[in-house]
Design a protein. Sequence first.
Length: 32
Amino acid sequence: MIDPGRERFRGGHAVDELRIATFARLLARDAL
């Protein structure tokens, strides 16, 4: 049985990774 809490956490983690990737890209652009 799939734990809905874990599924939600995995989905939120994916969104967090996207936000971190965007933030890192902004930092890299500022460093140039």
